[in-house]
Design a protein. Structure first.
Ligand SMILES: Nc1ncnc2c1ncn2[C@@H]1O[C@H](COP(=O)(O)OP(=O)(O)OP(=O)(O)O)[C@@H](O)[C@H]1O
Ligand SMILES: CC(C)(CO)[C@@H](O)C(=O)[O-]
Ligand code: BAL
Length: 285
């Protein structure tokens, strides 16, 4: 069994119209391909909540911050389709670039507030690119429910805000981060890590986990986050972009883990930028 692939909006709409006649509940799982177990976990979650699951594969130029990163982004469409088929995903939508950004395209969806800070501060325009393409994918698929990974936690919050602000009739579901046995969060860009870098990479989450435990024990964030920053550099990362404690509800900055929180970080390992985040249990009163 293979998964059917459609490349045009007209074909997508004709498939979806048939499903709608049957009153099917439709899910979408947006991706940029190079699928791994993290993506597949989203597809499984979608299959459990919907009658039909569309996986989208579009390497969105508007969300990249460098031409080199865009050019180097892994593209493995055939293998991706092979991975999806046994799961039972119903459709792979691989839009031609002109289906997403036709000539003259001039609209940007821009979410303020939650897009600012963290990755938003380091990747100017990134979340505008994400919000714009996700809005289009929601409208093109007409899905009832969409699945996103918590590995990209700020992205999940941006998408939730966008869907709510624009009254898009779609439920947004966040799914837990899938990790390698040593803790490293699965990510399509991990293939770029050298063997030496791969050995260092899981130290990011280990340092975050240890800091999260101290925060849950009531330690104030400021000095702890500085120490975590130094530990990440000492582990062999080249640069730390941020290590921040944020409220789990809305990603507002926190100085103490006095409510459910997340500890988020982004750091460069050689030429690869890794992001991760961990749950921080609130400190007891
Ligand atoms: N390890 C993971 N666990 C759960 N979901 C994940 C994981 N990695 C990615 N996802 C989710 O898969 C969806 C598509 O992400 P994307 O295609 O960008 O993959 P990626 O691995 O995050 O790649 P990269 O960050 O290198 O671009 C997003 O909702 C993302 O949060
Ligand atoms: C949501 C997304 C598919 C939009 O291009 C991308 O940002 C991603 O893969 O996380
Ligand atoms: N997973 C988020 C996509 C990006 O880094 O552009």
């Amino acid at each position: 069994m293979s998964v059917p692939i459609v490349r045009t909006l007209a074909d997508l709409r004709s498939v979806v119209a048939g499903w709608r006649k049957d009153k099917a509940r439709i899910a979408v799982v947006p991706t940029m391909g190079a699928l791994h177990e993290g993506h597949l976990s989203l597809v499984r979650a979608a299959l459990a909540r919907a009658d039909r699951v569309i996986v989208t594969l579009f390497v969105n130029p508007k969300q990249f911050n460098s031409a080199a990163d865009l050019a180097a982004y892994p593209r493995t469409e055939e293998e991706d389709a092979d991975k999806l088929a046994p799961l039972g995903a119903h459709l792979l939508y691989v839009p031609d670039g002109s289906e997403i950004y036709p000539p003259g395209f001039a609209t940007t969806v821009s979410v303020t507030g939650v897009s600012e800070g963290l990755c938003g501060a380091k990747r100017p325009g990134h979340f505008d690119g994400v919000a714009t393409v996700v809005a289009k994918l929601f409208l093109q698929t007409g899905a009832d429910i969409a699945f996103f990974g918590e590995k990209d936690l700020q992205q999940l919050h941006v998408v939730r805000r966008m869907a709510s602000d624009l009254d898009l009739p779609i439920e947004i579901v966040g799914c837990p981060t899938v990790r390698e046995a040593d803790g490293l969060a699965l990510s399509s860009r991990n293939v770029r890590l050298s063997a030496g870098e791969r050995a260092i990479a899981p130290k990011l989450v280990a340092i975050l986990d240890e800091a999260a435990r101290s925060l849950s024990a009531g330690a104030p964030a400021a000095s702890l986050l500085q120490a975590a920053n130094r530990s990440i550099l000492a582990a062999g990362f080249r640069e730390v972009e941020y290590v921040e404690l944020r409220s789990a509800a809305d990603l507002a900055p926190l100085e103490l883990a006095d409510r459910p929180a997340r500890l988020l970080a982004a750091a460069w390992l050689g030429q690869t930028r890794l992001i991760d985040n961990v749950v921080v249990q609130p400190a007891a009163e």
